[in-house]
Design a protein around this ligand. Sequence first.
Ligand code: BDP
Length: 362
Amino acid sequence: KCSLAVIGKVSAPASRIQVLDMRTYNSCMKASFIKGRTLKTLAPIASVAALVAIALPAQAEDWRGWNIHPDDYPNTTALEEFADAVAEQTEGRVNPRVYNNAVLGDQSDAIEQTRNGALDFANFNMGPMGPIVPETNVFSLPFLFNDVEHMHTVMDGEIGERFADALEDKGLVVLSWFDSGARSIYNTQRPIKTPEDVEGLKIRVMNNDLYVDMIAAMGGNATPMSYGEVYQSLTTGVLDGAENNYPSFESSNHYEATGYYSLTEHLIIPECLCVAKSSWEELSEEDQKIVREVAEEASTRQRELWVESSEESRQIVLDYGVEINEVDDKAAFQALMEPMYEEFIANNPGTGELIEEIRATE
Ligand code: BDP
């Protein structure tokens, strides 16, 4: 199987099969390495493979794009349209292809892979970006933005440009900013109306320690976990709940495993459409201009689709029988976040001013 994986890696055309084989290939190499047989059994095949690879025509601009979401998710549609429009407008000089459902790895891995150029582009959430680009941690402070519109105003303005610079310093070129609505808590046990209702609940959060503090401040126990592992953990009782926006709550099927969705709306987190800096620098100025413009259109499209999709998802989960409740006293949740803010500002010089600037942006 492992030999086949190596051969498959070079002989298959640029397709999903090739990518899956790459993953098999990597795990075979790793497994053999552990067993101490890599060079002996795989090296001859690998070097033949390398020669074949060199003989293939260069297709440097076949861009591989990472996407965590399934078909028909607003981000997926926007990314796929982006890919088609880029291919068309660059007349095939850049051929992006989107791989959905996180088949290329979980988000934290994909961020690293895009930074080092193993992947070319992606739609990333600024939550798991925090451990890699610390500046973006500010977006993981609960109740930072007043609402989604406020978030867009900030990200589309000068402050957004500063974040784009911080990402670029880490190897990611931001082309445009996407929406991801507001995240709310859902769980299998009870409606959450006050922080007391969170007491003792095991809640999944994205990979960022700030969310562990956030849930702890509400009295719950947080577990950072990859998105793809959550559904099973909910059905087996390893978790009582998680938190997300309507489209993700629905498209991940988490709603089928949890009875209550409570509109805490504690996080509004921007997402980017990003390109690996190395892939970006291979483009001519003309193609960079085209890709940027198409990405701007993709952002507009994603935001429109987002609004429709949120409403559709809300209806689907309601029809399924999920109990949705408003949280009247959000200020009670917000007040509990004060120590988190104080610690964050103390540990990250300059962020106090930045938070004020964000809050003052209209
Ligand atoms: C979704 C985001 C996605 C995250 C996911 C999560 O779009 O990037 O990975 O939440 O909770 O809303 O992991």
